[in-house]
Design a protein around this ligand. Structure first.
Ligand SMILES: Cc1ncc(COP(=O)(O)O)c(C=O)c1O
Length: 399
């Protein structure tokens, strides 16, 4: 067995299941789950139709680099969304379709990390974080180094506080913008600061941007790493790789479709890695993806559904917690000022609402554990259900 497997930690949902194993929910209340961030809105009908119409493609092996049409469609979406000048992004050099960002965020670590470079053992990971980053780093043989994002910094990474000696040992850094769980968007200025550091200290930036399309209707779209890179004159995206997905943008988490884009040298090696990894995107997934990336109407509708939920849930909960709508994403990250695990367990038992303890999404560091005493609420259920759950949480806290 690969000894690194033993370093993997239980997944947050497994830990939550263990937490409530001995508990029964209140039989008078219909259970509501806010613990898992699985989008619940309707996927676009055009994508569903494209998928069924292209089922006969199963008779052929799909290409690992994806169909030309899909790569071109992704390149056009990226260029439009992130304001890239015509010709900056080349669908043949800078883009690959992937089977969801989870798969690709994991695989890129196996492709990039050089175990022989003993002077650079570190992979930097935000804290709290999406646990795939840690598992990917550990299985690649790297040592994770966690940088905290907390209320003191508006949940933004503080790149200035990371010592040069750490940057010098870093092979690559994961960033998540908008972040899971707090929804903070890293500003273009900070992204450019990170690009400068990457060039200075010879590391790669892996930017997980899968929540980039879920933002308040009246706000500017979150900036992204490709845009920051091009604006800084790094027009071939050296050391910059972004990941995005149709799971949240288009409510297609079961389709398993996303993109990776950026540094042409890394994309080329990643393509080679993926040839052996055997993860080409099936033709019917590709057809549905082309339909989804080509349409913005359903994304605008999706945003307004989340907006309504944030408005109403925050109205109910702001009387008992200090809350504001996050920059983006569909989570509320609440500072409880009390034990998150006890809160989640008791809420489950008394009010039949599942929320995820923040400490299951974070690690303890010398600077503390930024997930402790927090919970994450995913606003993925229908509006009425979210309001009902918020009311129950309010009652639970105020009695
Ligand atoms: C921060 C973050 N990145 C990546 C993913 C994976 O998304 P997918 O594999 O569906 O694209 C998730 C899913 O919840 C996530 O929260």
């Amino acid at each position: 067995m690969n000894p690194n497997l033993e370093k993997l930690q239980a997944y947050p949902f497994e830990r939550f299941r263990a937490l409530i194993r001995q508990e029964s929910q209140n039989p008078e209340l219909t259970p509501v789950s806010m613990s898992i961030g699985e989008p619940g809105h309707e996927p676009p009908a055009t994508a569903m139709q494209a998928m069924t119409e292209s089922l006969p493609t199963v008779a052929k092996y799909p290409p690992t680099r994806g169909s030309d049409v899909l790569r071109e469609c992704i390149a056009q979406w990226l260029a439009k969304r992130f304001g890239l000048s015509p010709g900056t992004i080349d669908s043949n050099r800078h883009v690959l379709p992937v089977n969801g960002t989870r798969e690709a965020l994991f695989a890129i670590a196996q492709c990039l990390f050089n175990q022989n470079d003993t002077k650079k053992p570190l992979v930097l990971i935000p804290n709290p974080f999406y646990q795939i980053y840690e598992g990917a780093a550990l299985l690649a043989g790297a040592t994770p180094y966690f940088y905290n994002t907390d209320a003191a910094n508006q949940y933004q990474p503080d790149f200035d506080s990371i010592p040069d000696s750490v940057w010098a040992q870093c092979q690559f850094i994961y960033i998540c913008t908008p972040g899971n769980p707090a929804g903070a968007v890293i500003s273009a200025r900070h992204l450019q600061q990170l690009i400068t550091l990457a060039h200075q200290h010879d590391f790669t930036i892996i930017s997980d941007e899968c929540y980039s399309e879920i933002y308040p209707a009246n706000a500017n779209p979150p900036s992204g790493l490709l845009q920051a890179s091009a604006d800084a004159g790094n027009i071939d995206f050296d050391r910059c790789v972004v990941f995005n997905s149709l799971s949240k943008r288009s409510n297609l988490p079961g389709l398993r479709s996303g993109l990776v884009a950026g540094d042409a040298g890394i994309i080329e090696m990643f393509l080679q890695f993926r040839t052996y990894h055997g993860c080409a995107m099936p033709g019917y997934v590709s057809a549905a993806s082309i339909a989804a990336w080509s349409d913005e109407r359903h994304v605008i509708d999706n945003r307004s559904l989340y907006q309504a939920k944030f408005d109403q849930v925050i109205t109910v909960l702001e009387t008992c917690f200090s809350l504001k709508r996050p920059d983006a994403g569909f989570f509320l990250w609440i500072d409880l000022g009390q034990s998150d695990t006890q809160f989640a367990r008791n809420l489950y038992r008394e009010k039949s609402v599942s929320v995820l303890p923040g400490s299951y999404l974070s690690r303890s560091t010398e600077l503390g554990n930024p997930g402790e005493n927090h919970v994450r609420l995913a606003l993925v259920a229908p509006l009425d259900t979210c309001i009902e759950a918020a009311q129950r949480i309010h009652d639970f806290v105020t009695v």
